[in-house]
Design a protein around this ligand. Structure first.
Ligand code: AMP
Length: 450
């Protein structure tokens, strides 16, 4: 199967060729024709499967056929959970839309709102946004959402996980009833399925890898170790394997800082990226890592979300994630788009329960290893995936917000016009969009996308 067989226009095929893509990935093969035919789509696809192109390419093609956006209006709205992901998706929109005369831009919190308001004035065909900032802009009358033809919820599970349910419900209430809806999520939780029920109309369902399964190109292993020896073991693994670069996850910001200094003490260049770092510091850290100036990027989950670092060979769970499905997100940073990758987790005796929860999510046992000199004194109990997947919650919470979402999605009255206050804009600026370009390829800021 080739991209041209999927019905993409020459303008897009040229952009794809320039990116060096030969063949569509499985999610692209399935999603592109569905989106082109204006169907709603619900896709289970992790980061690294090529999902961004899967919705962006056909979306651009459909938009190119219609009338340009009116002032302060948006034709396609792409919502993402974090600023980094928003910036990256916007970059993809710009790249793939290079030969089309569509206007696009990106808005997120943590930077000045005024330049964003200015960029929206003339209207944009594609807006990539994080939910909180979008609502701020709407409340300040900088944007009208009544002309939205296509809505994309990217990494929808993450958006709900980061507590954006209320914002999403409100945004849905502001959109016109007639529109195309595309929902992408790494995992399909109960909440996601419930959200999709009120949002999607007869969707094409796409599942490119088994539900909640980790990408096959990723070799996973668990290293048993005592807590006190974790950082020494990590330094040892980095040195022994001669790793060029790795992304290392810690549970806490303090843990990230501490590990960074320990690695530095061991003569391994490292830099931390987390929520307590300023926008500028995060951008610089990521740029340094991408330029190969530091070997190890230490990150917390929120800060790392959406990072697209090409050809990242190693991901390390220095601490296991608290939420088992985050494991899938974390290791999705390696083994991207058909490349080989390795995900290692350092596990202590205290982590057995969490490890079992992860194995249940991915429905496989992860190979255990021990390293000479680091064999733990405290035995890590045997774990196994729970047959049939994670336990269903006994009682689902009242779907109050989803009922509103459902109503807003076209099955009832539009939501109330009450303003959501208080999420106010935290500011600083982004390059402006021009015709055919998105928010630019500049800095890549981080954090939960307000
Ligand atoms: P995504 O899942 O959207 O985060 O994409 C992951 C990476 O795969 C990005 O760096 C894309 O540039 C790359 N990619 C997307 N589609 C293809 C393709 N068909 N062939 C090769 N690489 C691709």
């Amino acid at each position: 199967m080739s991209f041209s067989e999927l019905g993409l226009s020459d303008c897009l095929l040229r952009a794809i060729e320039a990116e060096g893509y030969d063949t569509p990935t499985p999610v692209q093969e399935k999603a592109i024709p569905a989106v082109l035919s204006r169907r709603d789509v619900m896709a289970a696809a992790q980061t690294g499967t090529g999902k961004t192109a899967a919705f962006t390419l056909p979306l651009l093609q459909n938009l190119a056929k219609g009338e340009p956006a009116k002032s302060n209006s948006v034709r396609a709205l792409i919502l993402t959970p974090t600023r980094e992901l928003a910036a990256q998706v916007a970059e993809s929109v710009a790249t793939y839309g290079e030969h089309l005369s569509l206007r696009s831009t990106v808005v997120y919190g943590g930077v000045k709102i005024n330049p964003q308001m200015k960029r929206l004035r003339g209207g944009v065909d594609v807006l990539v946004a994080t939910p909180g900032r979008l609502i701020d802009l709407y409340n300040q009358r900088a944007i009208r959402l009544s002309e939205v033809e296509i809505l994309v919820l990217d990494e929808a599970d993450r958006m709900l996980g980061l507590g954006f349910t209320e914002e999403i419900t409100r945004i849905l209430s502001l959109l016109p009833k007639r529109r195309q809806n595309l929902l992408f999520s790494a995992t399909f939780s109960h909440d996601i399925r419930r959200l999709s029920g009120g949002l999607l109309h007869n969707p094409v369902q796409i599942e490119v890898s088994p539900r909640n399964a980790a990408a096959k190109s990723i070799k996973q292993s668990v290293f048993e170790v005592d807590k006190a020896k974790k950082s020494a073991l990590l330094s040892h693994l980095i040195r022994r394997g001669g790793w060029d670069q790795a992304l290392v996850f810690t549970l806490t910001k303090r843990g990230a800082d501490l590990l960074t200094s320990q690695l530095e003490e061991d003569g391994i260049t490292a830099i931390a990226i987390h929520g307590d770092k300023s926008q500028g510091a995060r951008t610089r850290a990521l740029a340094k890592f991408k330029a190969g100036e530091v070997r190890i990027l230490v990150a917390t989950d929120v800060a790392a979300r959406g990072l697209d670092i090409e050809q990242l060979p190693y991901v390390v769970n220095f601490d296991l994630p608290k939420v088992a499905t985050d494991y899938v997100h974390r290791i999705g940073r390696t083994g991207r788009a058909g490349m080989e990758g390795e995900a290692l987790s350092l596990v202590t005796a205290d982590d057995a329960k969490q490890l079992a929860a992860i194995e249940t999510v991915i429905q496989q046992r992860i190979t255990r290893e021990q390293e000479v000199g680091f064999v733990p004194k405290q035995i890590v109990p045997i774990t196994a995936p729970r047959a049939g997947g994670p336990k269903k919650p006994k009682k689902l919470k009242k779907p109050k917000t989803y009922a509103a979402a459902s109503a807003a999605a076209g099955r009832g009255k539009a939501g109330k016009k009450k303003a959501v206050g208080g999420r106010g804009g935290k500011p600083a600026s982004r390059p402006a969009a021009g015709r055919g370009r998105s928010g630019g390829k500049g800095g890549k800021p981080a954090g939960r996308g307000r």
